[in-house]
Design a binder for this molecule. Structure first.
Ligand SMILES: [Zn+2]
Ligand SMILES: [Zn+2]
Length: 303
């Protein structure tokens, strides 16, 4: 099960009633954060989730509304007694940006490992899941992220017997481990049926619609996408500043065959996103206007 929380849904600046866009997930005791603008740690506190298990922080790009909350969060994680290393992932320039911000948070009780994304796409194998960064189209180098949890096939007794696997190793193989016996290597696929549908989450903000989003969001259980402007007359502004309108996000959700879409990263001038949702739902019905601390538990579908 993957816990997902959209900590904030604002773009550009935090407002008294709206935190900056940031996403937090929890899986198998490990938390991941994508983007960390000013005030993100207050949103985490408001949600009641813990700082200590944050093992990875990813950045879409280095505009202040997506990273300026980092030094404060690092200090808070230090105060929460974190000792394990922390991984930061982001576009090229990450080391320079992080080192600059750390001038005001120099002493931390944990190590920081920075990974700069290379090329148009890069996949990271994390603790039990896969994170893929894919380049999008903003006015600075910017990436979206897809998080996928695979699900192995069901145990297949006929297959295990046909492969001549001794019974005492069935359980171990079913758990995903390999067994070597008298020079024979037994692998989990020898006792399992075809892989089943897993869980997929895609998050992308600060971008025009792109093929990379369409391709990488394909089949997501939840697609969290920027909607900077709800008003139709702001379509030209969206093009100029390399953002998206609500309806552009809806078209992407439809084209990528996602199950559900949440909008986020609203312009500060957009005070009532709900007013524009009818137009969105006319294109893609299962859409929600994101709200601070909106969360969901994504589970494997019933087989
Ligand atoms: Zn932004
Ligand atoms: Zn931006």
């Amino acid at each position: 099960m993957l816990d997902v929380c959209l900590l904030g849904c604002g773009g550009m600046m935090p407002l008294p009633y709206r935190w900056l866009t940031s996403l937090m997930t929890r899986f198998n005791g490990s938390s991941l954060l994508i983007d960390c603008g000013e005030g993100t740690q207050i949103a985490i506190k408001e949600k009641g989730w813990s700082f200590k298990p944050i093992d990875v922080i990813c950045f879409t790009h280095y505009h202040g509304d997506h990273i300026s909350g980092l030094p404060g969060l690092l200090l808070t994680m230090g105060n929460a007694d974190r000792r394990e290393p922390l991984t930061l992932i982001g576009p090229k320039g990450l080391v320079k940006v992080v080192n600059s911000l750390r001038i005001i948070a120099p002493e931390l009780p944990f190590e920081i490992q920075c990974i700069e994304i290379e090329g148009a796409e890069q996949t990271f194998e994390l603790d039990g899941y896969r994170l893929k960064a894919f380049r999008v189209n903003h006015n600075v180098l910017c990436y979206g992220y897809s998080l996928e949890i695979d699900r192995a096939g069901k145990f297949d007794v006929n297959r295990a017997e046909a492969n001549g696997i001794p019974k005492q190793y069935w359980k171990v193989l079913q758990k995903g481990e390999c067994v070597e016996l008298n020079g024979n290597l037994y692998t989990p696929d020898m006792v399992l049926g075809a892989p089943r549908k897993g869980i997929k989450l895609t998050y992308t903000t600060d971008t025009r619609p792109t093929d990379s989003i369409r391709n990488n969001a394909e089949g997501s259980d939840l697609f969290i996408c920027e909607g900077m402007y709800g008003e139709k007359e702001k379509a030209a502004k969206a093009v100029e500043y390399k953002h998206m309108t609500f309806t552009e996000a809806a078209v992407l959700a439809k084209e990528a065959n996602v199950r559900q879409m949440w909008l986020t990263h609203y312009s500060p001038s957009l005070t009532k996103p709900e007013e524009y949702m009818d137009d969105v739902r006319a294109i893609f019905p299962n859409a929600k206007a994101g709200k601070d601390c909106m969360s969901v538990e994504l589970d494997f579908p019933e087989s």
